[in-house]
Design a protein around this ligand. Structure first.
Ligand code: AMP
Length: 331
Protein backbone atom coordinates (compact mmCIF):
# COMPACT_ATOMS: atom_id res chain seq x y z
CA UNK A 1 0.00 0.00 0.00
CA UNK A 2 2.85 2.39 0.89
CA UNK A 3 4.49 1.62 -2.43
CA UNK A 4 1.28 2.27 -4.32
CA UNK A 5 0.56 5.50 -2.46
CA UNK A 6 4.12 6.71 -3.08
CA UNK A 7 3.94 5.83 -6.75
CA UNK A 8 0.57 7.46 -7.31
CA UNK A 9 1.53 10.71 -5.54
CA UNK A 10 4.85 10.90 -7.40
CA UNK A 11 3.14 10.22 -10.70
CA UNK A 12 0.48 12.85 -10.08
CA UNK A 13 3.13 15.40 -9.09
CA UNK A 14 5.56 14.67 -11.87
CA UNK A 15 3.32 13.82 -14.80
CA UNK A 16 2.28 17.36 -15.82
CA UNK A 17 5.96 18.40 -15.85
CA UNK A 18 6.92 15.39 -17.94
CA UNK A 19 4.30 15.87 -20.59
CA UNK A 20 4.74 19.64 -20.75
CA UNK A 21 8.50 19.26 -21.10
CA UNK A 22 8.20 16.48 -23.65
CA UNK A 23 5.51 18.29 -25.69
CA UNK A 24 6.89 21.84 -25.47
CA UNK A 25 10.52 21.11 -26.19
CA UNK A 26 10.15 17.89 -28.15
CA UNK A 27 12.55 16.09 -25.81
CA UNK A 28 12.41 12.51 -24.60
CA UNK A 29 10.34 11.55 -21.57
CA UNK A 30 13.62 10.66 -19.80
CA UNK A 31 14.97 14.19 -20.22
CA UNK A 32 11.57 15.58 -19.18
CA UNK A 33 11.71 13.42 -16.05
CA UNK A 34 15.21 14.69 -15.30
CA UNK A 35 14.14 18.34 -15.55
CA UNK A 36 10.94 17.61 -13.62
CA UNK A 37 13.08 16.17 -10.82
CA UNK A 38 15.34 19.24 -10.85
CA UNK A 39 12.37 21.63 -10.72
CA UNK A 40 10.66 19.58 -8.04
CA UNK A 41 13.78 19.52 -5.87
CA UNK A 42 13.70 23.32 -5.71
CA UNK A 43 10.02 23.54 -4.87
CA UNK A 44 8.28 23.26 -1.50
CA UNK A 45 6.76 20.02 -2.85
CA UNK A 46 10.16 18.33 -2.83
CA UNK A 47 10.00 17.32 0.82
CA UNK A 48 6.56 15.78 0.33
CA UNK A 49 7.64 13.99 -2.84
CA UNK A 50 10.78 12.69 -1.14
CA UNK A 51 8.76 11.55 1.87
CA UNK A 52 6.23 9.71 -0.23
CA UNK A 53 8.81 8.09 -2.45
CA UNK A 54 11.03 6.90 0.42
CA UNK A 55 9.70 3.32 0.27
CA UNK A 56 10.60 3.31 -3.42
CA UNK A 57 14.17 4.47 -2.88
CA UNK A 58 15.68 0.98 -2.71
CA UNK A 59 13.51 -0.27 -5.56
CA UNK A 60 14.69 2.62 -7.77
CA UNK A 61 18.32 2.08 -6.78
CA UNK A 62 18.03 -1.61 -7.71
CA UNK A 63 16.25 -0.72 -10.96
CA UNK A 64 18.97 1.80 -11.84
CA UNK A 65 21.88 -0.56 -11.27
CA UNK A 66 20.16 -3.53 -12.90
CA UNK A 67 19.39 -1.39 -16.00
CA UNK A 68 22.95 -0.09 -16.17
CA UNK A 69 24.26 -3.64 -15.84
CA UNK A 70 21.90 -4.93 -18.53
CA UNK A 71 22.73 -2.15 -20.98
CA UNK A 72 26.48 -2.56 -20.57
CA UNK A 73 28.33 -4.43 -23.27
CA UNK A 74 31.37 -6.04 -21.55
CA UNK A 75 33.04 -6.64 -24.94
CA UNK A 76 33.98 -2.95 -24.92
CA UNK A 77 36.51 -3.73 -22.16
CA UNK A 78 38.36 -6.04 -24.55
CA UNK A 79 37.83 -4.26 -27.86
CA UNK A 80 38.14 -0.60 -26.89
CA UNK A 81 40.44 -0.44 -23.84
CA UNK A 82 42.20 2.71 -25.04
CA UNK A 83 38.98 4.62 -25.76
CA UNK A 84 37.61 3.50 -22.39
CA UNK A 85 40.77 4.59 -20.57
CA UNK A 86 40.51 7.99 -22.29
CA UNK A 87 36.86 8.44 -21.26
CA UNK A 88 37.70 7.49 -17.67
CA UNK A 89 40.56 9.97 -17.68
CA UNK A 90 38.20 12.74 -18.84
CA UNK A 91 36.07 12.08 -15.76
CA UNK A 92 39.14 12.22 -13.56
CA UNK A 93 40.21 15.44 -15.28
CA UNK A 94 36.85 17.01 -14.45
CA UNK A 95 37.46 16.07 -10.79
CA UNK A 96 40.87 17.75 -10.99
CA UNK A 97 39.27 20.82 -12.55
CA UNK A 98 36.75 20.94 -9.70
CA UNK A 99 39.62 20.70 -7.20
CA UNK A 100 41.49 23.58 -8.88
CA UNK A 101 38.38 25.79 -9.10
CA UNK A 102 37.50 25.25 -5.43
CA UNK A 103 41.08 26.02 -4.36
CA UNK A 104 41.25 29.05 -6.67
CA UNK A 105 38.06 30.34 -5.07
CA UNK A 106 39.89 30.26 -1.74
CA UNK A 107 38.12 27.33 -0.09
CA UNK A 108 40.05 24.96 2.23
CA UNK A 109 42.16 22.13 0.87
CA UNK A 110 40.10 19.46 2.65
CA UNK A 111 36.90 20.72 1.01
CA UNK A 112 38.54 20.82 -2.45
CA UNK A 113 39.87 17.27 -2.09
CA UNK A 114 36.54 15.82 -0.96
CA UNK A 115 34.67 17.71 -3.69
CA UNK A 116 37.12 16.49 -6.34
CA UNK A 117 36.68 12.90 -5.14
CA UNK A 118 32.90 13.33 -5.10
CA UNK A 119 32.85 14.57 -8.69
CA UNK A 120 35.09 11.80 -10.04
CA UNK A 121 32.03 9.93 -11.23
CA UNK A 122 29.87 9.95 -14.30
CA UNK A 123 26.35 11.23 -13.73
CA UNK A 124 23.14 9.61 -14.90
CA UNK A 125 22.49 12.70 -17.05
CA UNK A 126 25.17 11.38 -19.41
CA UNK A 127 23.01 8.30 -20.14
CA UNK A 128 20.16 10.55 -21.20
CA UNK A 129 22.48 12.67 -23.36
CA UNK A 130 24.03 9.56 -24.92
CA UNK A 131 20.57 8.20 -25.75
CA UNK A 132 19.55 11.53 -27.30
CA UNK A 133 22.79 11.70 -29.27
CA UNK A 134 22.35 8.15 -30.60
CA UNK A 135 18.67 8.81 -31.40
CA UNK A 136 19.66 11.90 -33.41
CA UNK A 137 22.48 9.95 -35.14
CA UNK A 138 25.05 12.30 -33.68
CA UNK A 139 26.82 9.57 -31.71
CA UNK A 140 27.67 5.96 -32.56
CA UNK A 141 26.37 3.10 -30.36
CA UNK A 142 29.91 2.76 -29.09
CA UNK A 143 29.48 6.07 -27.21
CA UNK A 144 26.80 4.49 -24.99
CA UNK A 145 29.03 1.50 -24.28
CA UNK A 146 31.92 3.79 -23.40
CA UNK A 147 29.77 5.93 -21.11
CA UNK A 148 28.31 2.89 -19.38
CA UNK A 149 31.78 1.33 -19.03
CA UNK A 150 33.15 4.58 -17.61
CA UNK A 151 30.24 4.94 -15.25
CA UNK A 152 30.64 1.38 -13.90
CA UNK A 153 34.41 1.80 -13.52
CA UNK A 154 34.12 5.18 -11.79
CA UNK A 155 31.36 3.92 -9.46
CA UNK A 156 33.69 1.04 -8.49
CA UNK A 157 36.71 3.30 -8.03
CA UNK A 158 34.93 6.16 -6.27
CA UNK A 159 34.88 4.71 -2.71
CA UNK A 160 38.66 4.16 -2.95
CA UNK A 161 39.15 7.73 -4.20
CA UNK A 162 37.17 8.99 -1.21
CA UNK A 163 39.29 6.93 1.18
CA UNK A 164 42.46 8.23 -0.52
CA UNK A 165 41.22 11.85 -0.40
CA UNK A 166 40.39 11.45 3.29
CA UNK A 167 43.80 9.92 4.03
CA UNK A 168 45.50 12.76 2.13
CA UNK A 169 43.46 15.35 4.06
CA UNK A 170 44.44 13.68 7.32
CA UNK A 171 48.13 13.93 6.40
CA UNK A 172 48.06 17.45 5.02
CA UNK A 173 45.49 19.09 7.32
CA UNK A 174 45.06 16.73 10.28
CA UNK A 175 42.81 19.16 12.19
CA UNK A 176 40.23 19.22 9.36
CA UNK A 177 39.36 15.50 9.45
CA UNK A 178 38.35 13.70 12.64
CA UNK A 179 40.11 10.36 13.18
CA UNK A 180 37.84 7.29 13.28
CA UNK A 181 38.25 7.30 17.10
CA UNK A 182 37.20 10.96 17.27
CA UNK A 183 34.23 10.34 14.98
CA UNK A 184 33.18 7.38 17.14
CA UNK A 185 33.61 9.50 20.29
CA UNK A 186 31.36 12.23 18.84
CA UNK A 187 28.73 9.66 17.87
CA UNK A 188 28.89 8.16 21.33
CA UNK A 189 28.51 11.53 23.03
CA UNK A 190 25.41 12.31 20.98
CA UNK A 191 24.02 8.80 21.35
CA UNK A 192 24.82 8.42 25.02
CA UNK A 193 21.86 6.55 26.56
CA UNK A 194 19.59 8.90 28.43
CA UNK A 195 19.44 8.75 32.20
CA UNK A 196 15.89 10.14 32.18
CA UNK A 197 13.09 8.01 33.59
CA UNK A 198 9.34 8.53 33.57
CA UNK A 199 10.00 10.85 30.63
CA UNK A 200 8.24 11.62 27.39
CA UNK A 201 10.08 10.57 24.21
CA UNK A 202 9.30 12.78 21.24
CA UNK A 203 10.40 11.79 17.74
CA UNK A 204 10.70 14.79 15.40
CA UNK A 205 11.37 18.42 16.32
CA UNK A 206 9.67 20.00 13.32
CA UNK A 207 6.48 22.06 13.16
CA UNK A 208 4.53 19.60 15.33
CA UNK A 209 7.33 18.42 17.62
CA UNK A 210 8.43 21.96 18.53
CA UNK A 211 4.94 22.82 19.78
CA UNK A 212 4.68 19.55 21.71
CA UNK A 213 8.09 20.16 23.29
CA UNK A 214 7.14 23.73 24.30
CA UNK A 215 3.94 22.47 25.93
CA UNK A 216 5.77 19.72 27.83
CA UNK A 217 8.40 22.17 29.06
CA UNK A 218 5.69 24.50 30.37
CA UNK A 219 4.07 21.55 32.14
CA UNK A 220 7.45 20.62 33.65
CA UNK A 221 7.36 17.10 32.20
CA UNK A 222 10.79 15.51 31.54
CA UNK A 223 11.36 15.17 27.82
CA UNK A 224 13.80 13.50 25.44
CA UNK A 225 13.68 14.46 21.75
CA UNK A 226 14.96 12.36 18.85
CA UNK A 227 15.69 14.35 15.69
CA UNK A 228 17.73 13.52 12.60
CA UNK A 229 17.87 16.72 10.52
CA UNK A 230 20.90 19.00 10.81
CA UNK A 231 18.93 22.28 10.89
CA UNK A 232 16.57 21.03 13.59
CA UNK A 233 19.62 19.69 15.44
CA UNK A 234 21.05 23.21 15.57
CA UNK A 235 17.75 24.54 16.97
CA UNK A 236 17.74 21.73 19.53
CA UNK A 237 21.24 22.53 20.73
CA UNK A 238 20.09 26.05 21.52
CA UNK A 239 16.80 24.95 23.06
CA UNK A 240 18.15 23.31 26.20
CA UNK A 241 16.05 20.16 25.66
CA UNK A 242 17.62 16.73 26.17
CA UNK A 243 17.95 15.09 22.76
CA UNK A 244 19.46 12.34 20.65
CA UNK A 245 20.66 13.15 17.16
CA UNK A 246 19.78 10.37 14.75
CA UNK A 247 17.08 8.44 12.94
CA UNK A 248 14.61 7.01 15.43
CA UNK A 249 14.01 4.06 13.11
CA UNK A 250 17.54 2.86 13.93
CA UNK A 251 17.78 0.34 16.78
CA UNK A 252 20.73 2.06 18.48
CA UNK A 253 18.96 5.43 18.58
CA UNK A 254 15.71 4.07 19.97
CA UNK A 255 17.60 1.91 22.48
CA UNK A 256 19.36 5.03 23.84
CA UNK A 257 15.98 6.64 24.61
CA UNK A 258 15.29 4.30 27.57
CA UNK A 259 11.81 3.42 26.33
CA UNK A 260 11.28 0.72 28.98
CA UNK A 261 11.24 3.50 31.62
CA UNK A 262 9.42 6.15 29.52
CA UNK A 263 5.89 7.30 30.26
CA UNK A 264 4.79 7.91 26.65
CA UNK A 265 6.17 8.08 23.11
CA UNK A 266 5.07 10.70 20.58
CA UNK A 267 5.94 9.92 16.97
CA UNK A 268 5.56 13.39 15.45
CA UNK A 269 7.02 12.69 12.01
CA UNK A 270 5.10 12.73 8.73
CA UNK A 271 6.90 9.80 7.03
CA UNK A 272 4.49 6.88 7.07
CA UNK A 273 7.06 4.21 6.38
CA UNK A 274 9.46 5.25 9.14
CA UNK A 275 6.67 5.96 11.64
CA UNK A 276 5.47 2.35 11.21
CA UNK A 277 8.96 1.06 11.87
CA UNK A 278 9.45 3.25 14.94
CA UNK A 279 6.10 2.28 16.45
CA UNK A 280 6.77 -1.40 15.84
CA UNK A 281 10.24 -1.31 17.41
CA UNK A 282 9.08 0.78 20.36
CA UNK A 283 6.28 -1.66 21.04
CA UNK A 284 8.83 -4.47 21.12
CA UNK A 285 10.95 -2.55 23.65
CA UNK A 286 8.03 -1.75 25.95
CA UNK A 287 4.78 -3.68 25.65
CA UNK A 288 2.85 -1.32 27.93
CA UNK A 289 4.09 2.03 26.58
CA UNK A 290 1.41 4.45 25.36
CA UNK A 291 2.39 5.44 21.81
CA UNK A 292 0.79 8.37 20.00
CA UNK A 293 1.52 8.61 16.27
CA UNK A 294 0.80 11.07 13.47
CA UNK A 295 -0.81 9.52 10.39
CA UNK A 296 -1.41 11.42 7.16
CA UNK A 297 -3.94 9.19 5.45
CA UNK A 298 -6.99 7.30 6.63
CA UNK A 299 -5.34 4.06 5.52
CA UNK A 300 -2.33 4.79 7.71
CA UNK A 301 -4.48 5.10 10.84
CA UNK A 302 -5.32 1.39 10.83
CA UNK A 303 -1.77 0.51 9.89
CA UNK A 304 -0.22 2.40 12.81
CA UNK A 305 -2.74 1.02 15.28
CA UNK A 306 -2.00 -2.48 14.02
CA UNK A 307 1.76 -1.92 14.46
CA UNK A 308 1.30 -0.98 18.12
CA UNK A 309 0.24 2.68 18.37
CA UNK A 310 -2.26 3.26 21.18
CA UNK A 311 -3.62 6.49 19.71
CA UNK A 312 -3.29 8.46 16.50
CA UNK A 313 -3.72 12.15 15.80
CA UNK A 314 -4.33 13.00 12.18
CA UNK A 315 -3.68 16.62 11.22
CA UNK A 316 -6.48 16.77 8.66
CA UNK A 317 -9.08 15.44 11.12
CA UNK A 318 -7.96 17.88 13.83
CA UNK A 319 -8.22 20.73 11.32
CA UNK A 320 -11.76 19.66 10.47
CA UNK A 321 -12.69 19.50 14.18
CA UNK A 322 -11.22 22.95 14.79
CA UNK A 323 -13.12 24.38 11.81
CA UNK A 324 -16.35 22.79 12.99
CA UNK A 325 -15.74 24.25 16.45
CA UNK A 326 -15.52 27.69 14.84
CA UNK A 327 -18.80 27.07 13.08
CA UNK A 328 -20.33 26.04 16.40
CA UNK A 329 -18.99 29.18 18.07
CA UNK A 330 -20.41 31.30 15.27
CA UNK A 331 -23.84 29.66 15.46
P1 AMP B 1 7.34 18.51 10.70
O1 AMP B 1 6.70 17.72 9.58
O2 AMP B 1 7.61 19.94 10.36
O3 AMP B 1 6.62 18.35 12.01
O4 AMP B 1 8.83 17.89 10.87
C1 AMP B 1 9.09 16.56 11.18
C2 AMP B 1 10.48 16.48 11.80
O5 AMP B 1 10.73 15.09 12.08
C3 AMP B 1 11.61 16.95 10.91
O6 AMP B 1 12.42 17.87 11.64
C4 AMP B 1 12.38 15.69 10.55
O7 AMP B 1 13.77 15.92 10.44
C5 AMP B 1 12.09 14.81 11.75
N1 AMP B 1 12.17 13.38 11.43
C6 AMP B 1 11.59 12.76 10.38
N2 AMP B 1 11.84 11.43 10.40
C7 AMP B 1 12.62 11.22 11.50
C8 AMP B 1 13.20 10.04 12.07
N3 AMP B 1 13.03 8.84 11.52
N4 AMP B 1 13.94 10.19 13.21
C9 AMP B 1 14.10 11.41 13.77
N5 AMP B 1 13.57 12.54 13.29
C10 AMP B 1 12.84 12.46 12.16
Amino acid sequence: RDLMLGTSILTILVNPFLFTAAELFGVSIALGAFFAGMILSESPLSQRAAEESLPLRDAFAVLFFVSVGMLFNPAVLLHEPVALALTVSVVLLSATAAFIIVRAAGYPLAMALMLGAGLAQIGEFSFILADLGIGLHLLPDLARDLMLGTSILTILVNPFLFTAAEALCRRLVPEAVPTPEEARAVAQVVLEPTTLTDHVVLVGYGRVGTLVADGLRKAGIPLLIIEEAEDAYERLRNSGHAFLHGNAAEDAVLAAANLPAARILFVAIPEAFEADQIVEQARRLNAALPIVARPHFDAQVEHLLKHGATAVVMGERELAHAMLAHAGAAA
